[in-house]
Design a protein around this ligand. Structure first.
Ligand SMILES: Nc1ncnc2c1ncn2[C@@H]1O[C@H](COP(=O)(O)OP(=O)(O)O)[C@@H](O)[C@H]1O
Ligand SMILES: Nc1ccn([C@@H]2O[C@H](COP(=O)(O)OP(=O)(O)O)[C@@H](O)[C@H]2O)c(=O)n1
Length: 246
């Protein structure tokens, strides 16, 4: 498969002082992580999974025996939360201090606790600052960042902003295929419960002005990657047309 960016486009990305940001939001199971990772590979960009930070903080809080539904208890453990994440899409790993939590943060107990952690405003401010500095210091020409509020809060000025969606039953079925420790009905119910809780904090079900919707309901994985890459190309072309000498 050929790289969708020409050498000229790649060179353009390299001369900018800040990495190009491709911002992708969407509900659980829409394909954000897997599609973003593959898009990053195809572009030679870094990949930042912001949900991993919220999950890692939820894991950290649970390790400390904290009630994650209590905001002040959550804030008590933010102080010694040493988060680490690899931005290389081929070497994805997530750390809290010296502990590799890459797998542990996908456990249902963490998924069930994460919305409580993510609704604390001070937590969001702190991780958002961390995301911006991770991108700025990434060393990549561009970074694909995915989450819930990337297109609206973390990187509202990104040249490429996408809302990745899929029908609720399709998203649930995809997640059921991944979680082997729970029955299908429980996995689907947990996913919809988490979306409902998260939706009270940020709106990731409808596209903000200027955000392009990619609906993956009828697309297979490669088709979704190609659809996102087409939007990236359009967004970068439009940004270049606005600032031809940048
Ligand atoms: N367009 C698609 N068609 C079929 N399966 C997909 C598609 N996009 C993603 N998947 C699969 O669905 C599952 C959930 O995707 P994931 O990237 O984890 O979603 P999210 O990060 O939005 O929760 C993964 O197993 C992934 O491989
Ligand atoms: N930018 C983000 C990313 C994730 N989150 C929170 O982190 C949780 C885990 O995000 P995730 O992206 O790993 O979830 P999935 O879509 O992969 O299931 C979400 O359920 C939200 O509570 C958020 O609030 N803002």
């Amino acid at each position: 498969m050929t790289d969708p960016l020409s050498a000229r486009e790649a060179a353009h990305a390299n001369v900018t002082t800040q990495p190009v940001v491709v911002a992708i939001d969407g509900p659980a199971g829409s394909g954000k992580s897997s599609v973003s990772k593959q898009v990053a590979r195809r572009l030679g960009y870094g990949y930042l999974d912001t949900g991993a930070a919220y999950r890692a903080l939820a894991w950290h809080a649970l390790e400390h025996g904290v009630d994650t539904s209590d905001a002040s208890s959550v804030l008590d453990v933010v102080g010694d939360f040493a988060f680490g994440i690899a931005l290389d899409p081929d070497a994805y790993s997530v750390w809290v201090g010296e502990t590799d939590v890459t797998r542990a943060i996908r456990e249902p107990r963490v998924s069930d606790a994460v919305s409580g952690v993510a609704r604390v405003p001070a937590v969001r401010q702190s991780v958002n600052a961390m995301f911006r500095s991770l991108v700025a210091g990434s060393g990549y020409a561009g970074v694909v960042i995915e989450g819930r509020d990337i297109t609206t809060v973390v990187a509202p000025d990104a040249p490429v902003r996408i809302l990745l969606t899929a029908a609720p039953e399709v998203r649930a079925a995809r997640r059921v295929g991944e979680v082997v420790s729970q029955d299908a009905a429980s996995v689907a119910a947990a996913l919809h419960r988490r979306d409902a809780a998260d939706s009270t904090v940020v709106d990731f079900m409808s596209a903000a002005p200027g955000v392009v919707v990619v609906d993956s309901t009828q697309l297979d994985f490669e088709g979704t990657v190609d659809a996102v890459l087409a939007v990236v190309r359009e967004g970068l072309d439009a940004a270049r047309a606005e600032r031809p000498d940048a």
